[in-house]
Write a protein that binds this ligand. Structure first.
Ligand code: PLP
Length: 473
């Protein structure tokens, strides 16, 4: 008799379940593209959703095919062209297949022997990005689990380059400079590193929500006068709320003058390094000491896969210098093939396989096409908004992130737009989010799906106008 364990590993069962799942996912793709998938987001409130799954759980062991089907049905559908919410890509299908491959092989990466394929692929991908950024042959880096961890990794490398805290601890008050519009993970990273409120010097932004480079000197002097040791400056490329690009060239010059580490957070918009049309937005990025780029935002791969690229790849080896006798013999050797020496993760997903599969199947051009199509679409959306007097555009978009709101003669605009967004969520035919700029609430789209068209954008604006009348009445 076959044991439970033997049955669970049955090749025939796997073949059958996998075929079924692939069929279900292909149907999902087809429906999303043909318009027959009605809901982008089948929203339920959290308690209702929990009750639904608790009931499912209480039914005990059952048909996994049905579980897969329900998971598809009740999830947020990023492949629907009317998904325009958070900055997560609808993964290009080949990368999802590579996800299945890598989950099955499960080579944990920390040491070369546990990542015979994924470690070399990671090096190739890091060198590809280093070249795109404009670094010379000394450039290189690693992959890690998301932009948040990647930014923390880069800032730890900055600290290792500027201080001996890792070995000796310190009484010094360290600080970093960043725009007040930077992603919250920078603030979090600085706090994790013990810098506290004072150590996070938030520089105001201009009307385009880019860091005010004319204020850098003043903020730096004030910090040093207070006894802070500023170690790094971070440029956003681009910011999260509005997709605004900081002036990286000016930041680079400032960093050089004061011998600061210059880090570029390109989690979202660093992907323009693949586009001749849009790479002007990151002019100066080649002068950064470190750059973060998410493959799972603009570069079509499933979450989480983030690149941390260093101008001098050797810097990466200082970040986590530690003895781990059972893993590697020499703490100080710079072996690129032992992933765990340079990353937070010990066991790590075979991330590189998912990105490499995209390159193998479609070539580099697919990244260029994706970035250019979506950034063009952002501009197209702004043009549509400006042609409709009922709408206000928060600022001219530099990327595929666009903030706007419906105007009205009655009631407060914040309330009106918040209610519209709530209704959109409940109805589930579009998925967009909201953000607050100053004291104004805006609707916000991140155009992440390359199958979204102008027709979808017009339909969104029609729907927002219609809901505007509904919620106002
Ligand atoms: C500029 C920027 N940095 C960092 C992050 C965090 O990245 P992740 O969600 O991969 O942790 C984001 C996410 O939106 C971002 O926009």
């Amino acid at each position: 008799m076959e044991s439970l364990l033997q049955k669970a590993f049955s090749p025939d069962l796997f073949r059958q379940q996998a075929h079924n799942l692939v069929d279900q996912l292909a149907d999902y793709l087809e429906q999303a593209q043909s318009g027959s998938l009605e809901m982008v987001i089948p929203y339920k409130d959290p308690e209702e959703s929990l009750a639904f799954w608790q009931e499912d759980y209480e039914q005990g062991q059952g048909d996994v095919t049905e579980f897969f089907s329900k998971t598809i049905q009740y999830s947020n559908h990023l492949h629907h062209p009317r998904y325009m919410g958070h900055q997560v890509t609808p993964p290009v299908p080949i990368s999802a297949l590579a996800g299945m491959l890598s989950s099955m092989l499960n080579n944990g990466m920390a040491v070369y022997e546990m990542g015979l394929v994924s470690n070399p692929l990671e090096r190739i991908l890091s060198e590809l990005l280093a070249k795109k950024i404009g670094f010379d042959k000394n450039g290189g880096g690693l992959l890690t689990s998301g932009g948040t961890l990647a930014n923390l990794t880069a800032l730890l490398a900055a600290r290792a380059a500027k201080t001996d805290v890792w070995e000796d601890g310190t009484n010094e008050r360290l600080a970093v400079m960043v725009s007040e519009e930077a992603h919250y993970c920078i603030d979090r990273a600085a706090r994790i590193m013990g810098m506290g409120n004072e150590g996070i010097i938030k520089v105001p932004t201009n009307e385009l929500l880019q860091i005010r480079t004319d204020l850098l000197e003043q903020y730096y002097q004030e910090a040093t006068d207070k006894g802070l040791h500023v170690i790094a400056i971070i440029g956003s490329a681009c910011s999260t709320s509005t997709g605004s690009y900081d002036d990286l060239e000016a930041i680079a010059a400032f960093a050089q003058k004061h011998e600061l580490w210059f880090h570029a957070d390109g989690a979202h918009g660093g992907a323009v390094v693949f586009s001749d049309k849009y790479k002007y937005l990151v002019k100066g990025i080649n002068q950064a000491d470190s750059v973060v780029i998410d493959w799972h935002k603009m570069l079509m791969a499933p979450a989480l896969i983030t690149a941390v690229i260093f101008k001098r790849n050797d810097d990466a080896f200082r970040t986590f210098q530690q003895k781990a006798q059972y893993l590697w013999a020499n703490q100080h050797s710079k072996d690129w093939f032992n992933s765990g020496k340079r990353t937070f993760e010990c066991t790590k997903l075979m991330m590189s396989v998912k990105v490499y599969a995209i390159l193998k199947a479609h070539g580099e051009q697919i990244f260029t096409d994706n970035v250019e199509y979506l950034y063009d679409l952002g501009k197209q959306f702004a043009t549509l908004l400006k042609a409709r007097p009922n709408f206000e555009l928060a600022l001219e978009p530099e990327s595929n992130i666009v903030c706007f709101r419906l105007k009205s003669t009655s009631g407060t605009l914040n309330e009106l737009n918040a209610n519209i967004r709530k209704r959109l969520l409940e109805e589930g035919k579009f998925y967009i989010v909201q953000t607050t700029l100053g004291d104004k609430l805006y609707l916000r789209v991140s155009l992440m799906n390359p199958l979204t068209t102008e027709t979808d954008l017009i339909a969104l604006l029609d729907e927002v106008e219609r809901l505007g009348k509904v919620v106002a009445s």
